[in-house]
Ligand binder design. Structure first.
Ligand code: NAG
Ligand code: NAG
Ligand code: NAG
Ligand code: NAG
Ligand code: NAG
Ligand code: NAG
Ligand code: NAG
Length: 257
């Protein structure tokens, strides 16, 4: 028992020492704005905040300075310069609404070659199971899912006639046990839970509204640090959370210690 406790103390001391060493207490990490989004831990605004204000996966690049007159709407901020464009961040339940630029800027027929799981290389962020799924099926050995709308993809890679339908549940691999799609070739794109598909033309609007992503396993309890009067920090080198407290002290969890 005594040995275990000492081990934990030694580990904590090591984490603390490493974090302190990286000097994460200089510039403030007060919440920043990009368009109408509030950027705060684990997100941080690349170019305007020090990298220690958040986790590397959650770097947000804001383009809202491109047109200072505001005449043309700036595109939503991208996540770490990727194809993911962030429309909303729900800090309360650790979720993000984002759309995939490649899906929005091209025809529905391109989605038939799309695999969201393989393009989401960003660790720590997962497509939420709460999403609905836009399902493309083709070459079905049975009749396609009821309510399917035909999409003519002649002329596209993997073209021919596809059928578009909406699944209330998003399953990244496609429907596992849906009898009516067995034998189909399929592709699935996540869309927001309450989406409705009335016509194949609804595709563009549905993908533009985005889909839900959830984050888990981000180190540290930022709410607790903040509640104790500190500012959250992330030391990418040490892969450790830190709480920057008044007077320039860096604590491993909260300022109360
Ligand atoms: C935030 O701005 C985006 C456009 O960048 C807009 O689509 C969205 O509705 C706005 N959200 C809120 C809550 O105002
Ligand atoms: C963020 O983008 C940079 C530059 O493109 C890349 O090197 C890095 O791996 C990305 N980080 C994450 C967590 O995706
Ligand atoms: C998180 O909360 C927001 C707003 O309350 C909601 O729109 C969103 O669907 C929730 N996210 C998940 C993954 O349930
Ligand atoms: C999508 O990609 C993932 C990861 O690369 C793979 O496991 C999965 O089988 C692919 N799904 C489809 C429908 O191709
Ligand atoms: C699909 O489009 C191609 C050319 O764009 C046309 O030749 C073909 O007849 C169409 N197929 C259907 C089923 O409408
Ligand atoms: C259907 O299967 C045929 C033969 O395997 C293939 O040539 C064609 O591209 C497939 N059509 C679609 C839409 O995937
Ligand atoms: C910390 O709390 C303040 C209000 O006390 C709030 O404005 C700020 O957004 C919080 N920061 C984080 C990262 O939650």
């Amino acid at each position: 028992m005594f040995q275990n406790t000492s081990l934990v103390l030694v580990l904590l001391a090591a984490v603390f020492a490493t974090a302190t060493h990286a000097q994460l207490v200089g510039e403030s990490c007060a919440p920043a704005a990009c368009g109408n989004l509030t950027i705060k831990y684990p997100f941080w605004l690349r170019g305007r905040q020090p990298a220690y204000c958040g986790h590397p996966t959650f770097a947000v690049t804001c383009d809202d300075d491109d047109d200072p007159t505001g005449a043309t709407a700036a595109p939503p901020p991208s996540l770490n310069g990727s194809y993911l464009r962030v429309l909303a961040i729900h800090y309360g339940n650790s979720s993000v609404v984002a759309y995939h630029a490649n899906l929005v800027e091209s025809s529905a027929c391109r989605a038939t070659r799309f695999n969201m799981s393989s393009s989401l290389a960003l660790s720590l962020l997962d497509v939420s199971r709460a999403n609905a799924g836009l399902l493309f099926s083709a070459n079905c050995s049975r009749t396609p899912p009821t309510g399917s709308l035909p999409v003519n993809c002649t002329g596209f890679s993997g073209g021919g006639e596809w059928f578009l339908s909406l699944n209330r549940m998003y399953d990244p691999g496609g429907p596992k046990r849906a009898v009516d799609t067995v034998g189909c070739q399929y592709s699935v794109v996540p869309v927001l839970p309450w989406s409705e598909l009335r016509s194949a033309r609804d595709y563009a609007g549905l993908v533009r509204r985005g889909f839900l992503l959830e984050w888990t396993a981000v180190p540290g309890d930022c709410a607790a640090c903040n509640a104790s009067g500190g500012e959250c920090r992330y030391d990418a080198g040490a892969m450790a959370f830190g709480c920057s407290c008044p007077g320039g002290r860096l604590q491993p969890a909260t300022c109360g210690e």
